[in-house]
Design a protein around this ligand. Structure first.
Ligand code: NAD
Ligand code: UFG
Length: 334
């Protein structure tokens, strides 16, 4: 039996391939390479000693999906394929609704037709909007502050509808906090095109001298040091949470909604200093205006994941910084 990993060449999907292959699953990757390269498949094979099957294609292609489900014995799907740049989603909302919502609809319809009803979906802490308090539990109200976030809300709702219509579905909606880090091999990691939107790749590129200075968006938040606080989670811990969810769904038919975070808030300044300490490097920074749409603080209540999945994040901030730097250094030598 194989697991279909949509978006398996991307940052999180590639790490999921590693954890699945290491756990003994066969893996079929479907990726249209709009934000990744096929070289990732070879790198995953280098890490695991065996390769996933790679199919270049789009989740919106119903005919391709139909043929995939008939050709391979797929028992479950991990669905990572999607566009994720918040700013771009504001500029081009239709592109996001078409890809993330439209694509998911096609995928779920083809799963239903093929009687493949086990799904792990990449949702996001963005569905909590601007939360009234922290830590954030799964039953907090949901809201969207941008089209990207709205696509996550919509797909969560579609999945709820599917489960209500047919309780044969086994679905995990995993709400990620801030995934960072890279595989310890330095072979796979996050490889943003152009200027990074997210903090960790920006810090890395600044430390590497690719960017002259990190702009810290806001030094006047109501947080201990005035900078934004987030729950950064190592991507290898994150994908371990996916494996735990898959194994849970194997025994329990249900619709599960779980936060994947560490439960610890870390400020931007703390992250910069942790990075400098862990890697003996220098990250020049300047404090600038707040970034529109940002919230002050966001971290997870992780009790449900601990209780239900028996999972918790174990990697430290130091691990996140060291592994990201190793990956960054390997990009330089490419
Ligand atoms: P990524 O861009 O690195 O990976 C996504 C992959 O999906 C890419 O390889 C891309 O080529 C592929 N893809 C996109 N649209 C596709 C389509 N229509 N058909 C086939 N392939 C397609 O992103 P990531 O960071 O690995 O994120 C994976 C998922 O997790 C996304 O759904 C994202 O929204 C979600 N998520 C990410 C974060 C984060 O901070 N990285 C946080 C919360 C949720
Ligand atoms: N930040 C900077 N400078 C930068 C980039 C970020 O100061 O160059 C700050 C932000 O203001 C924020 C923190 O670093 O305080 C983290 O910012 P990121 O852009 O790395 O992450 P966000 O929390 O803003 O957003 C991430 C994902 C979204 C997702 C959200 C909630 O990028 O897709 O987490 O899960 F919706």
């Amino acid at each position: 039996m194989s697991i279909l990993v949509t978006g398996g060449c991307g940052f999180i999907g590639s790490h999921a391939c590693v954890v699945l292959l290491d756990a003994g699953y066969d893996v079929v990757v479907l990726d249209n390479l709009c934000n990744s390269t096929r070289e990732v498949v070879e790198r995953v094979a280098q890490i695991c000693g065996r390769a996933p099957i790679f199919v270049e294609g789009d989740i919106r292609d119903a005919i391709l999906l139909e043929s995939l489900f008939s050709e391979y014995e797929i028992s479950a799907v991990m669905h990572f394929a999607g566009l994720k740049a918040v700013g771009e989603s504001v500029a081009q909302p239709e592109k996001y609704y078409d890809n993330n919502v439209g694509g998911s609809r096609v995928l779920f319809a083809e799963m239903q037709a093929a009687e493949v009803k086990t799904l792990v979906f990449s949702s996001s802490a963005t569905v909590y909007g601007d939360p009234a308090s922290v830590p954030i539990a799964e039953d907090f109200p949901r809201s969207a502050t941008n089209p990207y976030g709205d696509t996550k809300l919509q797909v969560e709702d579609i999945l709820e509808g599917l489960y209500q219509q047919d309780s044969g579905w086994c679905i995990a909606r995993l709400r990620y906090f801030n995934p960072v880090g890279a595989h310890t091999s330095g072979l796979i990691g996050e490889d943003p095109d152009g200027i990074p939107n997210n903090l960790m790749p920006f810090i890395s590129q600044t430390a590497a001298g690719i960017r002259p200075v990190l702009s810290i968006f806001g030094g006047d938040y109501d947080t201990p040091d005035g900078t934004g606080v987030r729950d950064y989670i190592h991507v290898v811990d994150l994908v371990a949470g996916h494996l735990a969810a898959l194994e849970y769904l194997d025994k329990n038919q249900q619709l599960l909604t779980v936060n994947l975070g560490t439960g610890q808030g870390v400020s931007v300044l703390e992250m910069v200093h942790a990075y400098e300490r862990a890697n003996q490097c220098n990250v020049p920074y300047q404090i600038v205006n707040r970034r529109p749409g940002d919230i002050a603080e966001c971290w997870a209540d992780t009790r449900l994941a601990n209780q239900i999945l028996g999972w918790q994040a174990i990697r430290t901030l130091d691990d996140m910084c060291r592994d990201t730097w190793r990956w960054q250094q390997s990009r330089k030598s490419k």
